[in-house]
Design a protein around this ligand. Structure first.
Ligand SMILES: [Ca+2]
Length: 309
């Protein structure tokens, strides 16, 4: 998850982490999307993961909020006093507290995982991979579904940085996210612009790559990621880009492209694209060339975009 809608102020997005300075109403919103189509979706069951670091917390504002497809807040993690967090869920009787635990030391990374399984009435929270709250038989009648999440910070929680944000259909405990940025133009240089224009660690829309040719593909090489630890698996590869269209004349869309094993593999659907720059990502759960689970050497292939009608 790397396409966020930030509040008008208080948010810095470096491309690999988001930092919030000051509190409510400063926040970012993330929308669940279907990896196959890139379109907004809502789910009955999901795992949510992020890593957070920061200092100083003395307020009760929501830290993490889930909303349903009617944009109603249905599940919240929020501060309680100066030393605790609570997990609260919307039920027929209003918000009910499912658990309360001591606030950890945020000067080091803290991994937060939340599991929601509405058909099972199960809601769980893991703090640094330890089971903190796990409730079955929860009244989930007022939730409906999960469509959006919002990360916010209590008003005195300064310089709070969130990274490795994942929403998935599988267990996300212990996950990490690795990033490759373009370092050189690849074997398919069908667009104008160089790798430096799209390799910044912070957003810089002043430099970009572009094409007016429908069907044009451009790919990039990036630094090779090292081997994964023994026992670890690669759950997915995503191609992320900030994109816009300039006219109503085709091409007005793009698709993510990977060149794996010498074969150019297009995503099955276009990326939603509008007139102003916006973040997007396309997820490839498996190697599209082989249909098998990703191996690190395949992950280190060329990646890019295709201009489509
Ligand atoms: Ca740029």
């Amino acid at each position: 998850m790397d396409a966020f809608t930030p509040s008008p102020a208080g948010v810095t997005d470096t491309g690999s982490a988001i930092t919030l300075q000051g509190g409510d109403p400063y926040h970012v919103r993330g929308r669940l999307t279907d990896p196959a189509t890139g379109e907004p979706t809502a789910v009955q069951a999901c795992w949510f993961h992020f890593v957070v670091r920061g200092t100083g917390i003395t307020d009760k504002a929501p830290f993490l909020t889930f909303l349903n497809s009617e944009d109603v807040e249905v599940l919240k993690v929020l501060g309680s006093g100066t030393d605790s967090f609570t997990l609260q869920v919307l039920t027929a009787a209003g918000f009910q507290q499912l658990g309360k635990w001591a606030m950890p030391d945020f000067s080091a990374d803290v991994a937060v995982d939340v599991q929601v399984d509405l058909p099972k009435g199960l809601i769980a929270l893991y703090w640094n991979q330890g089971e903190t709250v796990l409730k079955r038989g929860v009244d989930v009648s007022k939730i409906g579904d999960i469509a959006t999440f919002r990360i916010g910070v209590p008003s005195t929680f300064r310089g709070c940085t969130f990274s490795q944000v994942i929403v998935a259909a599988y267990n996300t405990i212990g996950h990490t996210v690795r990033i490759r940025r373009p370092s050189a133009v690849g074997s398919l240089a069908g667009w104008s612009g160089d790798a430096a224009a799209v390799s910044e660690s912070a957003i810089n829309d002043a430099t970009a790559i572009s094409t007016s040719a429908e069907g044009a593909i451009t790919t990039f090489a990036g630094p090779a990621l090292p081997a994964t630890a023994a026992g670890s698996v690669i759950k997915a590869v995503a191609v992320a880009a900030r994109v816009r269209k300039d006219t109503a004349v085709a091409p007005t869309n793009i698709r993510a492209v990977l060149k794996v094993g010498g074969q150019v593999c297009e995503a099955p659907a276009n990326v939603p694209i509008s007139d102003g720059y916006a973040g997007t990502s396309t997820v490839f759960p498996k190697n599209p060339q082989t249909g098998e689970r990703w191996q690190i050497a395949e992950v280190n292939s060329e990646f890019g975009l295709k201009a489509t009608a």
